[in-house]
Design a protein around this ligand. Structure first.
Ligand SMILES: [Zn+2]
Length: 279
């Protein structure tokens, strides 16, 4: 049985026996991995705080193969993101990132670029300057960092919608074309003339997304209105190289609402921390 070295985060954990826990790791090398941590519940755990949620750790893991759980033999903290722990809004944003990774990626499907994006984002939330932090809610800067990450996450996992042009007639949004509709089912936008006249079908709607959609309240709409200005910003997000400049407050709020809608639609339920991510 091979012993593997991995670096990543603990996304969640459940007690397994009197002394052990099963943890979900998200690693650079293997993506999402479920593993057994023997002795993790003991008072003098061999892991100490190296299995705490969202600590970046180096793990030694015995890969069992087949249906057996992997076994963590060692874990060491690389970055505890200490600045996250004393500011609840940023910690909630980090938990939201963890939820996206836990629920929106498959087991053993690594995304090395997304890994770097997560590390940068958690690092930013941890190191945000005290003077820009706002008591009780995410600062506009932190909210914008989170939105940029979420677009990048969608592009890395293959769920970034097409915001460039109308799905039906290819018309490009301009400030003069006022009414646009994002359609989650199609993963695309429609101009005013085409919306409602076209059969919408997603080219990238997977079976998982279709099943989670069926769990949604049947009144949850697939469509969401969006302005040309917000579409312009959305079209430039999703690509980390193409660093999008800070947008106006109104557009940021519109993008937040769009993400809340689309992530809810993709998962089949509201992400747990959506209420804490600001408007
Ligand atoms: Zn059109």
């Amino acid at each position: 049985m091979p012993l593997l070295a991995m670096e990543g985060w603990v996304l969640k954990g459940i007690d397994y026996s009197e002394t052990s826990r099963i943890v979900t790791l998200w690693t650079r090398e293997k993506g999402k991995v479920r593993a057994l941590a023997k002795g993790a519940r003991r008072l003098k755990s061999p892991f100490e705080n190296a299995l705490d949620l969202l600590n970046l750790c180096r793990f030694q893991v015995i890969h069992k193969g087949g249906n057996s759980l992997d076994l963590i033999t060692e874990s060491r903290v690389v970055d505890a993101y200490r600045g996250l722990r004393n500011h609840l809004p940023n910690l909630y944003a980090a938990y939201h990132v963890a939820e996206l990774l836990a629920e929106g990626t498959e087991d053993l499907d690594p995304h090395p670029d997304l890994f770097e994006g997560v590390h940068e984002t958690l690092g930013w939330f941890s190191k945000e300057a005290p003077e820009t932090r706002i008591q009780g809610r995410l600062s506009p800067e932190a909210s914008w960092v989170l939105i940029q990450f979420e677009f990048f996450y969608l592009s890395q996992t293959g769920y970034l919608p097409n915001f460039q042009h109308c799905h039906a007639c290819n018309r490009v949004p301009t400030p003069k074309t006022a009414k646009w509709t994002f359609h989650a089912d199609a993963g695309a936008i429609f101009c005013e003339e085409c919306y409602g006249t076209q059969v919408t079908h997603s080219p990238h709607l997977t079976k998982t997304a279709a099943i989670s959609k069926s769990r949604l309240d049947s009144f949850f709409p697939s469509s969401h209105p969006i302005s040309p200005d917000a579409l312009d910003a959305a079209g430039r997000l999703g690509n980390r190289e193409q660093c999008a400049e800070v947008v106006a407050e109104k557009i940021r709020q519109e993008l937040r609402a769009l993400l809340n809608h689309y992530l809810t639609w993709l998962r089949g339920r509201r992400p747990k921390l959506i209420g804490f991510l600001g408007g």
